[in-house]
Ligand binder design. Structure first.
Ligand code: 2AM
Length: 508
């Protein structure tokens, strides 16, 4: 077998189109697992370089000269993965091969497509007999190289065709739900549960990846708020806080994000010797998946306020100059630190707030996936989603094993907060959560996600909400009608408000 495309026989198990860092790393991962890769890139020299790099791996690779050659290199049914820029580049890349492929062949888009584009592409390709999988790929460059979390959407038949590859290259978790590491980079993990699954048809895979990112926004922001409150409220230094996060990482809060937070907080800036967090500009960036999640929640009428708050918190942070000016003009509360004796309590309360808010962010994310599933007819498998988020991805966390168990106990669980085990965790921790939010409000430390999660929790568990007053207001100014507590749902009334003597009328 040659590496440079002279060989036209179908020797490759999988094709990869788009060999920038994500595509290249995913393809090297495939080759490490013994899959021979046909490599194609818009700029052909990139494919040649890739084949040379992959030559020493068990699978190896063949660089394709052009799309026709690429397709000829693939065993049937052909599996073509693509990792190119989301948007027009994806459509263009599909166009390069769609006329060359045959019914039953599979195209996988592992890019960051919007799920509605994935729905469209799947429909269009199905009309040609081609199977299309929109797969979320999480874990960044390192995840792609050594084990990502893979959330595949599309036909069950397409999943069966790609399953050995997708399960093979994904991250693996052990019996305790912890990510396993290979003996050395490029040496695959033996055994373990794969973090790859079919989560539903059409755009479900990309939808689940989008919500993963939304939860990630909330998860990161809650950590930042706990850090801020402990630093400004309890006068703890970054070095001490690093130790606190490291300790939390040995308990229920164990997660990739808790772990890296402990690392970050002990990092010193080489130039100034200051804590690294103090030299980083406090303006958060965003690429849009958190925003997409919040927009989708609003479109569906699903409540994901904590995820939305996390997006807005980044937006507020990015208004650096305006905040600096406002800070000189608007005073906050005068008390600026805790009693020293309270420290241990403040720290353990912050832990509890973080745990509860994290659970709420997951509850909102899963409820959002369920709502999208109902609208799209996807029947997404929640237990599988929790299962494959346990390794490879940014939100991997101990809590996800509990969430998986909750959905295994009850597949149609309407909200994670209703699971007995998870509900008990929140009950136990809620007093500390409330004290944390109250403390932050008193001190003037912003905690948009910790607070919004608590408001969601109290709203969700409320037997009666002041929406009764709200409906009365709507009926007063707009004759929008209201329902009565003592009449069946769907029966609408209107009161002629300014004239108090007039009786209410039944509207429908
Ligand atoms: P390139 O190497 O030829 O630039 C990530 O940028 C990947 O997407 C790369 O493989 C890149 O190909 C490809 N890509 C970026 N923009 C593209 C476009 N407009 N059309 C096709 N492929 C594109």
């Amino acid at each position: 077998m040659t590496q440079h495309g002279g060989d036209d026989t179908a020797t490759c198990h999988v094709g990869m189109m788009g060999l920038a860092v994500m595509g290249k790393n995913l393809a090297l991962n495939m080759a490490d697992h013994g899959f021979r890769v046909a490599a194609w890139n818009r700029t052909q020299s990139v494919a040649e370089e890739f084949a040379i790099e992959a030559a020493s791996s068990p699978g190896g690779a063949t660089a394709a000269k052009d799309a026709r050659h690429f397709v000829r290199l693939l065993k049937r049914p052909r599996v073509v993965a693509m990792l190119v820029k989301a948007g027009e580049a994806t459509d263009w890349t599909i166009d390069q091969v769609k006329d060359l492929l045959e019914p039953g062949d599979v195209i996988i888009d592992g890019g960051n497509a919007h799920w509605e584009d994935t729905n469209r592409r799947e429909r269009d390709l199905k009309a040609r007999g081609l199977l299309f999988v929109g797969s979320g790929v999480s874990g960044g460059e390192l995840g792609a190289r050594f084990g990502p979390s893979l959330m595949a959407g599309g036909d069950a038949q397409a999943w069966e065709a790609i399953r050995p590859i997708w399960e093979g290259i994904s991250a693996k978790v052990d019996a305790n739900g912890r990510e396993m590491k290979g003996a050395a980079p490029g040496k695959p993990v033996a055994g373990g549960t794969p973090c790859a699954a079919h989560v539903g048809p059409g755009g479900a895979g990309h939808y689940v990846k989008m919500v993963h990112n939304g939860i990630e926004y909330a998860d990161m922001q809650t950590i930042c708020e706990a850090y801020d409150l402990l630093r400004r409220g309890a006068m703890l230094e970054p070095g001490e806080l690093s130790g606190i996060f490291a300790e939390w990482n040995r308990g229920e809060l164990e997660s990739f994000l808790t772990e890296i937070t402990a690392d970050i907080l002990q990092q010193k800036d080489a130039r100034t010797g200051k804590p690294f967090v103090d030299v980083v500009l406090d303006a958060a960036g965003q690429k849009g998946t958190g925003k997409w999640t919040a927009i989708s929640a609003l479109d569906l009428g699903a409540a994901a306020p904590t995820i939305a708050e996390a997006v807005f918190a980044r937006t507020v942070s990015s208004m650096v100059d305006e905040r600096r000016a406002a800070s000189a003009m608007i005073a906050g509360p005068s008390a600026d630190h805790m009693e020293h004796g309270d420290r241990a309590r403040v720290v353990s309360d912050a832990h509890d707030a973080l745990l509860c808010a994290k659970i709420v962010a997951y509850a909102q994310g899963f409820a959002l996936i369920a709502a999208a599933g109902r609208e799209q007819g996807w029947a997404p498998r929640m237990d599988r989603i929790a299962k494959i988020w346990r390794g490879g991805c940014i939100i991997r966390a101990r809590l996800l094993s509990r969430i998986m168990a909750a959905y295994e106990r009850r597949e149609d669980l309407p909200n994670l907060l209703l699971d007995p085990e998870i509900g008990a965790m929140v009950s136990k921790a809620q007093a500390g959560w409330r004290r944390t939010v109250a403390r932050a409000a008193t001190l003037g430390v912003p905690t948009p996600t910790l607070s919004s999660a608590l408001a969601y929790f109290d709203g969700y568990r409320a037997d009666r909400l002041p929406a009764s007053l709200l409906q009365a207001q709507r009926d007063y100014f707009g004759a929008h009608t209201y329902e009565r507590v003592d009449e069946p749902r769907g029966k609408h009334f209107h009161l002629d408000w300014p004239d108090a003597s007039r009786p209410e009328v039944v509207v429908g």
